[in-house]
Design a protein around this ligand. Structure first.
Ligand code: OAD
Ligand code: ZN
Length: 258
C-alpha cells in the first residue's frame, strides 16, 4: 500500500476511534463484492434494464407480470448472496460501540445478515411484499415462504383481501418510508462522522444524509472505487473496493484501540 494510503487509513481509524456518534451511509457498491449488481456504472442493472419499465408505479400498473418477473429474479439472486467483509466490518464497529447506525439505500438485507442492528432501510427490503389495497405485509424470508413464492408463476395475491401484492421497495417517483427517512435525518443531524460507502450519491432524498452531517460540522469519509456525487464534500476519500478497504480499516481501528 502506498505511504499516502497508509496514512489515510491511520487517520480514519483515529477519527473513528475518537468519534462521539459515527454512522454509515451505504449504497449498492457495498454489496458488489457479494455479487449483487449495482444500478449505475459498467455492469449496472440500469444499463441492461430500463428503470422506468421496471421500477416505477406506472410500470407496475401497466405490466405487473413483467415487474414481478424482474423482482422474483432479483429476489432469487439476492437470497443466494452472502455479506462481505464490508458488511461484517460495519456490524463489528457497531458491536465495538463506535458505529451508532447504518443508513442504507440497499434492499438486499445483507447488513442485517451481517449482524447490524441499528439499521435504517431507506428504500425498503426486497424480501418484503405488501398489499396494494389493504395493510397486509409479509417478510417472505422470515415467514419461510420465499421458495414457494419464487416458484409460483401467477401474480401474487393478498391472502387477506385478494388484491395484488407488490414488492415493499421504493420505486422512482415514490416517497420514501416516512418514519425511516425522519429517523435517518435526525441521526444524521447528531453524527460527527459519516462513512459513505459504495453509493453514487445521485438519488435524493437519501443523498442528503452526508450533506446534513457535513453541514453540522461532521467529517465525511468516503469509500468508493470511483468518484461520486458525494466526493466533492468528502474530507477523506479511500479509493478501493468496499470489502477490502473496510477489512483493512477495521484492523486499523482495532490496532488504534489497543
Ligand atoms: P449506484 O449503482 O448508483 O452506485 C454504486 C456506487 O458504488 C458507484 O459509485 C460505484 O462507483 C460504487 N462501487 C461499485 N463497486 C464498488 C465496490 N466494490 N466497492 C465500493 N464501491 C463500489 O447505487 P446507489 O448509489 O446505491 O434506488 O443507487 C442509489 C439508488 O438508485 C438505489 O437505492 C436504487 C437505485 O435506483 C431505488 O431502488 C429507489
Ligand atoms: Zn390486502
Amino acid at each position: 500500500m502506498p505511504l499516502s494510503t497508509f496514512i489515510m487509513f491511520a487517520e480514519v481509524a483515529k477519527l473513528l476511534a475518537c468519534s462521539r456518534f459515527a454512522i454509515a451511509f451505504t449504497g449498492a457498491g457495498i454489496s458488489a463484492e457479494s455479487g449483487v449488481p449495482t444500478f449505475r456504472g459498467k455492469n449496472g442493472l440500469w444499463k441492461t434494464y430500463r428503470a422506468e419499465e421496471l421500477a416505477t408505479p406506472e410500470a407496475f400498473r401497466k405490466d405487473p407480470p413483467l415487474v414481478w418477473s424482474f423482482y422474483r429474479w432479483r429476489m432469487g439472486k439476492i437470497i443466494r448472496a452472502k455479506p462481505n467483509p464490508a458488511h461484517y466490518a460495519l456490524a463489528e464497529l457497531e458491536r465495538m460501540g463506535i458505529l451508532k447506525a447504518v443508513i442504507t439505500q440497499n434492499v438486499d438485507d445483507l447488513h442485517r445478515e451481517a449482524g447490524s442492528r441499528g439499521l435504517i432501510e431507506l428504500h425498503g427490503n426486497i424480501f418484503r411484499v405488501r398489499c396494494t389495497s389493504c395493510s397486509y405485509t409479509e417478510n417472505l424470508k422470515e415467514s419461510g415462504r420465499l421458495d414457494e413464492f419464487l416458484e409460483e408463476r401467477d401474480l401474487p395475491r393478498c391472502p387477506k383481501c385478494g388484491s395484488l401484492l407488490r414488492p415493499d421497495v421504493v420505486w422512482f417517483g415514490e416517497p420514501l418510508p416516512q418514519t425511516a427517512l425522519a429517523e435517518a435525518f435526525s441521526i444524521a443531524e447528531k453524527a460527527d462522522l459519516v462513512l459513505v460507502i459504495g453509493t453514487s450519491g445521485l438519488v435524493y432524498p437519501a443523498a442528503y444524509i452526508p450533506y446534513i452531517v457535513k453541514e453540522r460540522g461532521g467529517k465525511v469519509v468516503e469509500v468508493n472505487t470511483e468518484r461520486s456525487g458525494i466526493t466533492p464534500i468528502a474530507d477523506i476519500f479511500l479509493r478501493g473496493r468496499a470489502g477490502e478497504v473496510m477489512g483493512k480499516l477495521l484492523s486499523e481501528v482495532k490496532r488504534v484501540g489497543e
